[in-house]
Design a protein. Structure first.
Length: 342
């Protein structure tokens, strides 16, 4: 893939953003050092970042979940995201106004990342154990979009689950198409769940699945992620938005990633609406690995530069002919590979 050439305005914008980031980092460092110098902080302990407000984060004590404070960050700390575990010192409220200081970020066991508009990977949540890919009858789901999310999940090593939300909107006009769309995925190892926040059908099963570890909802706007949070956590206050009547697409409602504790156990991170994961930063090899049923055949083609489009001795094409790979998933691979090359 050839690199994009930036024009003068784009270069200026990148420099401006970098300067703003440096200024914010300097302000965070000054605030943190001031709090440390004032000596109004308690002993260091382990905490969990449950929300990120840009220059500050909201940290919850692991030993006392009732203790939550906004915190400054020490200058040596990389960017924190919701789900990070940290070493922090809580403020003694009478002396500081209740602002603690994060001294270190603990090791992450997983990261959910996506490229920004400049192609740089940006972590949006950490220490995730499950990615719940939410779809709905409207906006209409497509195999390419589902496979894009699955490949992105495979690249992180975080197990994905497919969740068909708003099943109360299923009728004779869309039932067969939805079932055909979802039919291949359980055989590939991807669980498919069904739920209606309106009727409550499927809610106990979802709560049982989410009761272990930390989960995150992803999916395009309008599929009901915020409504799901409201159903799982009454009173959480996630804002919901209606579908645009003109486009049948959703409007973004959640503005910042936030972590919630579920009543039946487990944690949930409600992330900002993501229309799609950008995969164009991936190599073709990584894309191939993202299609789990392709993996047994990778590296077995006759030619090292095989494009898997009918070349002699292509192991992927042979698997397609035998039915080990479905035509639909092959088409998704080609579609996503073409997007890498644009």
């Amino acid at each position: 893939m050839s690199k994009r050439r930036l024009n003068r305005r784009q270069k200026w914008r990148i420099e401006k953003i970098q300067q703003e980031r440096e200024a914010r980092a300097q302000k965070r460092a000054e605030d943190a050092e001031h709090a440390l110098e004032e000596g109004d902080l308690g002993p260091e302990q382990t905490g969990l970042v449950i929300a990120n407000y840009g220059t500050q984060v909201l940290v919850e004590s692991e030993s006392d979940p009732e203790l939550r404070q906004r915190c400054h960050l020490r200058a040596n700390i990389d960017t924190l995201v919701t789900g990070d575990r940290v070493a922090w010192r809580p403020a003694l409220r009478e002396g500081s106004g209740g602002t603690g200081v994060v001294g270190a970020r603990l090791a992450r066991h997983s990261e959910l990342q996506r490229p920004d508009r400049y192609g740089d990977l940006k972590t949006v949540a950490a220490n995730i154990d499950r990615i719940v890919i939410v779809i709905a009858p409207y906006p209409e789901p497509f195999a390419n979009a589902i496979d894009r999310y699955l490949v992105a999940a495979e690249s992180t090593g975080i197990p994905p689950v497919l969740l068909l939300n708003k099943i109360d909107l299923i009728d004779d006009s869309n039932r067969d198409a939805l079932e055909d769309l979802l039919a291949p995925y359980p055989g590939l190892g991807y669980p498919v769940m069904r739920l209606s926040t309106k009727t409550g059908e499927g809610l106990p099963e979802l709560l049982g699945t989410l009761a272990r570890g930390t989960s995150v909802f992803v999916g395009q706007s309008g599929v009901g992620k915020s409504s799901l949070v409201n159903a799982l956590l009454p009173g959480a206050g996630a804002r919901t938005g209606a579908l645009s009547e003109a486009t049948r697409k959703g409007t973004h409602t959640t503005t910042a990633a936030e972590l919630f504790h579920l009543p039946a156990g487990g944690d949930l991170i409600d992330s900002p609406g993501i229309r799609e994961f950008g995969l164009w930063h991936m190599s073709e090899g990584a894309l191939l690995e993202g299609f789990v049923e392709f993996r047994p055949f990778i590296g077995h083609c006759r030619f090292r530069d095989c494009r898997h489009q009918g070349e002699p001795g292509c192991a992927i094409t042979d698997a397609l002919a035998r039915g080990d790979i479905s035509e639909r998933r092959m088409n998704s691979f080609i579609h996503l590979r073409n997007s890498l090359e644009e």
